[in-house]
Write a protein that binds this ligand. Structure first.
Ligand code: C5P
Length: 405
């Protein structure tokens, strides 16, 4: 890729592309029902299962399904397939859902949301269902698949939870079936189900291009303290992209009007940003910006020590002015989200942003102590704030599969 020729694309293969091959990703370390002797589905007499539990005689594989945030997100032109080209840097974070997959005799796919969140679909529209269907088809495998989702992350929150759940399902299902998909098939299935899935097959700091599904592992940024604020409201990504198109159209019309009337030497407006450059030129500019940011970082590397390296990263982010385009359409519709970004900044965040199309906002902090202080301050303001940290690629794969029931 020309644009990114000089950027610090990691030389290592993604663990996922190499076949979940990290040391921790082994059957021995996964706590399964074979270990515990408890399927969860057969507590009590097998003839008398508790209501609302799935019934699977075989082992259960449990996988943590981590969230992501976007460190900058730039939207380009709408494409003929209805998607938009974009450039973003994805970063996995330590907040997660838990996915449990079981395979038993029979056929069909059954989804259960452990905490009964009504916003989680239990039918074939669920990304986990779609992935499971495609994995079974690709492997030519049979069986009754049970998928239990323990929802902790917000739905429609911009943290990629549904996409992450789907990738966790793929990981767990392969392990439960004791069958492996070729790496190319995994990526194909992921991209088919959604633009945000492939990033979770890489983890850590990842460049996203194309419609977001084309991912490149970057040299990992160090773990940084962060605060995530999860507002009650959910934002539809499809709607946010449509709002973006409407904004571009409005700005183009204003541009034309001002060309006719001679008025309109407004300095540095959104219009200038959106229409001053053609959408594709703009993405080239953004590519340069992100590339300069990444290659200017002296502090990449998963083994980074806490402290100064994180500090450098934060200053770099702020200095480079990395932004999320969705803020331009989401903040006017939900002014309370702009206020939350302001509250994060007032609470000491060095860099705050909407994640994806929202509604989640995050702030990066110099230290865990600063993040903890910010959380108590934000909670006093009535906000649902949690302290967490970014998750390097190594930790992402180490921690994904090591989970108790
Ligand atoms: O790929 P995913 O299912 O997450 O996309 C959901 C919707 O978001 C798409 O149907 C499309 O309307 C919009 N989208 C887009 N451009 C992208 C990604 C998503 O327009 N790059």
């Amino acid at each position: 890729m020309r644009l990114w020729g000089n950027s610090r694309l990691a030389q290592t293969r993604s663990p996922s592309l190499g076949g979940y091959r990290r040391s921790s990703v082994t059957h021995e370390r996964i706590l399964t029902t074979e270990d515990t002797g408890d399927t969860g589905a057969h507590r009590g007499k097998s003839s008398d299962p508790p209501p609302n539990r799935l019934q699977f005689p075989s082992m259960t594989v449990a996988v943590r399904s981590f969230a992501k945030v976007n460190l900058g997100l730039y939207i380009g032109a709408a494409r003929v397939d209805g998607f938009h080209d974009l450039r973003t840097v994805y970063q996995t974070i330590a907040l997660h859902d838990v996915i449990r997959v079981s395979v038993g005799r029979g056929s069909g796919i059954e989804i259960l949301c452990k905490n009964k969140d009504p916003r989680v679909p239990l039918d074939s529209s669920n990304t986990c269902y779609r992935v499971a269907e495609l994995v079974l088809e690709e492997l030519g495998a049979d069986g009754r698949v049970g998928i239990e989702i323990e929802k902790r992350l917000p739905v429609q929150g911009g943290l990629g939870a549904a996409s992450s759940n789907a990738v966790a399902t793929m990981v767990a299902l392969e392990l439960a079936l004791k069958r492996k998909l070729p790496a190319a098939a995994r990526l194909r299935i992921a991209a088919e189900v959604g633009s945000d899935l492939p990033l979770f097959m890489v983890g850590g700091t990842t460049l996203g291009v194309g419609r977001g599904e084309e991912v490149y592992p970057l040299a990992d940024l160090p773990s940084v303290a962060m605060v995530v604020v999860m507002p009650e409201v959910g934002v539809s990504t499809t709607q946010a992209f449509a709002d973006w198109d409407a904004l571009v159209q409005r700005e183009k019309a204003a541009e034309l009007r001002s060309a006719w009337t001679g008025e309109g030497a407004r300095p540095h407006t959104i219009r200038e940003q959106l229409t001053g450059l053609a959408a594709s030129d703009r993405l080239i500019e953004v590519g340069r910006l992100l590339s300069a940011w990444l290659s200017g970082l002296p502090n990449t590397g998963a083994s980074a020590k806490w402290g100064s390296r994180a500090g450098n990263l934060l200053s770099d982010l702020v200095r480079t002015g990395i932004e999320n385009d969705f803020e331009k359409v989401v903040f006017p519709l939900y002014p309370e989200l702009r206020d939350i970004k302001g509250a994060l900044e007032c609470a000491g965040s060095r860099y705050a942003s909407l994640s994806g199309s929202g509604s989640t906002l995050y702030g990066l902090f110099q230290s865990r102590a600063d993040a903890a202080k910010a959380v108590s301050r934000l909670r006093k303001q009535g906000l649902r704030a949690v302290a967490t940290s970014t998750l390097t690629r190594r930790k992402y794969w180490e921690q994904s599969l090591v989970v108790g029931r």
